[in-house]
Design a protein around this ligand. Structure first.
Ligand SMILES: NC(=O)c1ccc[n+]([C@@H]2O[C@H](COP(=O)([O-])OP(=O)(O)OC[C@H]3O[C@@H](n4cnc5c(N)ncnc54)[C@H](O)[C@@H]3O)[C@@H](O)[C@H]2O)c1
Length: 379
């Protein structure tokens, strides 16, 4: 295959970025644009001299693409993604991979069975702080991970949901702060720490008139035994989001995360214990002694380039069989963690992973139909 014939589905938001990246890529030929906004897609398609469609199925029937980006509201990622994969088309979907882990499974299985590439838009993994944290963990700077504290704090007013109604409903968005704003953070947590195995969580809607959750407190146990505490909210002005990852030989701390959605200048501190904690437990004589921890700032690695890196790895994987930067399989744990948090909170129980797919589908249907509702703030 010389050039990858490429389509963009969903144009007006982040799809515009996918469009620019496809246009700029040497091995991509932009051939199709799809959006339900007929006037918009017509104008854009005429401007770029490519085929324009208001229905992705018509685009598939026309046989004009080898690969697509999907940048639509969340509920369509699985529907359109599966239709494209079943038509033999490679898929780069925006995050989240899907609203339900059962749908994510189907996408991954279908891609695999048809030998197609499935890439997911978790570009936060390419940014400086996550790259630096990953490097520190992988090079053993903090030893075996034992504890994680991760907060994400921002503000979304009612006008945010009034502009894009789909973002406020379970049926379309698949959740609120979890699926929409912090699926990137939950992806980073799974990428850095590993597979979650048990979740106990609370979710609520404290301040918004829409259906979805706007605050989350979750306790998570990971496969390696580490404990994590996660707090996420869109009810407070942005500031002082904290990251702490502590291992048995040291800890990584970001006191006030700057780079929530881009390459920023975070101050990452690395603290190390000498000897490691297990030895300190037996060698520390005084019952109230506090062993010394040596803190020093870490030089941040360079960012790798956001969506451009994902697009490049997608095209390279299609043409040359290279590794995807973010594959469907590697994006699955974040969807599963989100589903587990919602299941735990709404059914008031501890949830073991893998999540029972049927159980979550049942809950999701009840949330979508308004038969169960996220708790409101007690006044
Ligand atoms: N990776 C990131 O950092 C990032 C940033 C922003 C958005 N996103 C994700 O991208 C996706 C889109 O978000 P957005 O903010 O661009 O949304 P948006 O609402 O601004 O844009 C969605 C587009 O999809 C179109 N659309 C809706 N239904 C369609 C259909 N059936 N067929 C074709 N087009 C359809 C809409 O007309 C619109 O142009 C979401 O999954 C979101 O979470 C990711």
């Amino acid at each position: 295959m010389k050039n990858v014939r490429y389509g963009i589905i969903g144009l007006k938001g982040v799809g515009g970025l996918h469009l620019r990246l496809a246009q700029q890529h040497a091995d991509v030929e932009l051939t199709a644009l799809v959006d339900i906004d007929e006037a918009f897609v017509k104008e854009k398609a005429a401007e770029l001299s490519v085929r324009g469609f208001t229905d992705y199925e018509e685009m598939l029937d026309a046989d004009v693409v080898d690969a697509v980006s999907i940048a639509t509201p969340h509920h369509l990622h699985a529907v359109i993604g599966l239709a494209c994969l079943n038509a033999g088309v490679h898929v780069f979907t925006e995050k989240p991979l899907a609203n339900r882990v059962s749908q994510a499974d189907a996408m991954i299985t279908t891609a695999k069975s048809k030998n197609l590439k499935l890439c997911v838009g978790h570009q936060y993994r390419t940014y400086r702080s996550p790259q630096t944290m990953k490097h520190l963990i992988e090079t053993g700077a903090i030893g075996e991970i034992m504890r994680v504290l991760w907060t994400w704090i921002e503000f979304r007013p009612e006008s945010y949901y009034a502009r894009d109604i789909w973002r406020g409903t379970w049926r379309h968005a698949g959740g609120g702060v979890l699926m929409n704003q912090t699926s990137h953070d939950l992806d980073l947590i799974c990428w850095l720490i590993g597979q979650p195995v048990q979740v106990s969580a609370l979710i609520a809607n404290q301040l918004h008139s829409v259906e979805i959750e706007d605050v989350v407190c979750a306790n998570v146990q990971f496969a390696n035994g580490a404990f994590g505490s996660i707090q996420l909210t869109i009810n407070q002005p942005k500031g002082y989001s904290v990251r702490q990852i502590a291992g048995d030989t040291g800890a990584i701390v970001i006191q006030d995360v700057q780079s929530l959605a881009r390459d920023g200048d975070d101050q990452i501190l690395l603290g190390t214990y000498n000897p490691p904690l297990p030895a300190l437990m037996t060698q520390t004589a005084g019952i109230a002694d506090q062993p010394k921890i040596a803190w020093h700032p870490v030089q941040l690695l360079k960012g790798l380039g956001g969506h451009a890196v994902l697009m490049d790895s997608f095209i390279n994987a299609i043409l040359k069989g290279g590794e995807l930067f973010v594959s469907g399989e590697s994006a699955l744990p974040a969807v599963e963690l989100i589903n587990a948090i919602v299941l735990s909170a709404m059914r008031k129980k501890t949830v073991d992973l893998p999540v029972d797919r049927e159980e979550y589908d049942q809950l999701f249907d009840e949330l979508s139909r308004g038969e169960v509702r996220v708790p409101r703030r007690k006044m």
